[in-house]
Design a protein around this ligand. Structure first.
Ligand SMILES: *[C@@H]1O[C@H](CO)[C@@H](O)[C@H](O)[C@H]1NC(C)=O
Length: 308
């Protein structure tokens, strides 16, 4: 069956009409392709940095934290009077008091402007009233628990946008977090499964992405999680994997990652490094290699190399 606009035409006119319609269709497809290409370019134009351009991240591997880590967050926020917002939501409790998720420790260390901010309700997280404390904050701290709860409550809401502003706008602030609060900072959400924290690639796989193209694990040495990251890297080999042990942190600005704290952070970049000489070792297959860094060590996230 021909469409009505073609039925009265001679064969040659019919052919011309078909070619005309195809021309329009082709042009439309070309325009659509071009639009898609420019959108894709805009979305994928790589930032020159893995970490934030203006602010700083403190990515802590869980456990009981030394005051020095909380103190670093206060310092990076601009000192004791800098407004801090503490997000306890990952914990999954019914409600939280004013000292939840490290807020009490920040105050004990002299911070004078600390707000605990929490909801499990995305529609609340999407209101101006809820985000108000974030609009003046210089620091955000995410407590531990399950990282998917942070996604369910805040991903895609005004609150997540406000987290980004604390980090990158107004001269750059600090975002820190421990355990779940570390993993949420990756673009890939490690251990994001709602049923079990032993599933590395679960039913939630997208984090807030303050560190681009990364997956971040925690409690790594204490819980012998060293090999777990490969569950992610096997299916997402383009990601940069890292983790920290308890009470140990990466402090990340632009492409600089510095380790602080009690034990070690772990780098999964496909390579290996040892302070004894990186090429003096008999290593396993490159697909299962990692190495450790300790306090004071620095790693260049752009070059993917330890800064010697
Ligand atoms: C960093 O700050 C500058 C100056 O305020 C701003 O133009 C830029 O957009 C910020 N970067 C990001 C990633 O937001």
């Amino acid at each position: 069956m021909l469409p009505p606009f073609l039925t009265d035409l001679s064969p040659s006119d019919l052919w011309a009409a078909i070619m005309h319609k195809m021309g329009i269709l082709t042009n439309a497809l070309l325009a659509l392709t071009a639009a898609t290409a420019s959108l894709t370019t805009a979305l994928t134009t790589p930032s020159p940095y893995v970490g934030p351009e203006n602010g700083t991240l403190v990515v802590v591997g869980g456990g009981i934290l030394s005051d020095s880590i909380y103190q670093r967050v206060i310092d990076l926020a601009g000192g004791p009077s800098a407004p801090l917002v503490v997000i306890p939501t990952a914990d999954g409790a019914e409600s939280y008091d004013d000292d939840a998720a490290g807020a009490g420790t920040f105050r004990r260390l002299g911070a004078t402007d600390v707000t605990v901010l929490h909801t499990y309700d995305r529609s609340v997280a999407n209101t101006e009233a809820f985000v108000a404390p974030l609009l003046r904050a210089k620091g955000v701290w995410f407590g531990g628990g399950r990282q998917w709860r942070l996604v369910d409550a805040y991903a895609g809401t005004l609150t997540e946008a406000a987290f980004w502003d604390v980090l990158e706008a107004r001269g750059g602030g600090v975002i820190g977090g421990s355990s779940a609060g570390a993993s949420i900072q990756g673009s890939f959400l490690a251990r994001g499964d709602t049923a079990s924290n032993q599933i590395l690639v679960g039913d939630h796989t997208v984090g807030f992405g303050f560190m681009r193209d990364t997956a971040i694990d925690q409690h790594v040495l204490v819980r012998n999680r060293m090999f777990d990251m490969f569950d992610i890297l096997k299916v997402r080999p383009e990601l940069f994997g890292f983790g920290c042990d308890e009470n140990t942190a990466f402090v990340v600005a632009r492409n600089d990652a510095e380790v602080m704290g009690a034990t070690y952070c772990v780098i999964y970049d496909g390579g290996f490094w040892s302070r004894e000489g990186s090429d003096m070792k008999n290593l396993p297959n490159p697909s299962s290699v990692f190495f450790l860094l300790r306090e004071g060590d620095r790693y260049d996230l752009g070059a993917r190399k330890v800064v010697e």
